[in-house]
Design a protein around this ligand. Sequence first.
Ligand code: SAH
Length: 380
Amino acid sequence: MKFVPVLEHDSGGVTTTDQENRVNLLGLDRKALELWFQGIGEKSYRAHQVLKWVHARGVVDFDAMTDLGKSLRSRLKEETCLDLPLVVQTQVSRDGTTKWLMALEDGNRIETVFIPEANRGTLCVSSQVGCALNCAFCATARQGFSRNLNTAEIIGQVWQAHRSLEQGNITNVVLMGMGEPLLNFAAVIPALELMMDDLAYGLAKRRVTVSTAGLVPAIDRLAQVSDASLAVSLHATTDALRNELVPINRKYPLDQLLDACHRFIHCDRQRGRKITWEYVMIDGVNDSVADARRLVKLLSHIPSKVNLIPFNSFEGVDFKRSPQESINRFQAVLQAAGYLTTVRRTRGDDIDAACGQLVGRVKAKSFPRHRTIPLKLVAG
Ligand code: SAH
């Protein structure tokens, strides 16, 4: 792993430079860690000990890992590291939502949010610095895209949150922070494994969720390799509108996306589960009764639950949040058709921690060539 000192004055992100080429054990899941220990002639139970120390107990000081033996500990100190993203700011909302700003070693910054509820606590984790998908209603899109996070940077967010909250507070993790997780497949999969591993965070499989804007081939791959659950950001019921709101739809239109979701939810590992559909409610754009009826039809062959997200505004965007009556009407149509439909309460909006408001700080960014900022979308 490469360490680049950060040239800035406002602290954070700086790590040492003498550690080049050391493997960051934080980013290795159980299989990879077992292999690594086998590679240095150690038994694989060493991997299990390290997993427990690092993730379950939150210890990243090799000297404190007393059951490893002195010589192994010094070898680990020489050849490996346990480097975390650094928390540079913690904000706690009136409603208890917590947002951490974390600095990465190259100066980029990402955001992670914890949302406490009566009977669960959900951690919303970022998978990329910025995002390349350019969805019309999302603040992260306006930041442009810098790079993928590596596994250590993804699981490092869970590590930091886990340590700063009370034990057991995190019951669910959703990859719904900055970025498109399925465009960072190779790094995301081991992070999911660690979240679900009993020796690490031990979260139930149905409580670890990947959220995607609809990368069809990656949905199929996910079904093959992971037990995590799937959420899909739908937001529109016609290709014409979805092409504008979620431009990746031009590559993978609705019929292909729905087919992939059908295959996904009917694979063995997903038995008995549902796909969560996220649908941001934008006034006069996608919130009509006709939209709700079309949505009912689209989902008819897929075990589904629907999460309506009142649009969260940010500077420079022309969309407005649907009024409560439209949301209620829309929800009623879905409920009458038998779909479990929840309206996401807006959480943490006083600290810009709500859906689509995560921005971090994105360095060396690039923007998609054709930016579309649709101003005159008409609901169908
Ligand atoms: N790229 C993935 C992960 C990001 S999830 C995905 O698209 O699913 C972030 C969730 O918040 C998505 O459902 C996204 O559509 C939603 N969102 C983005 N901007 C929003 C906004 N301004 N108001 C409400 N929800 C928004």
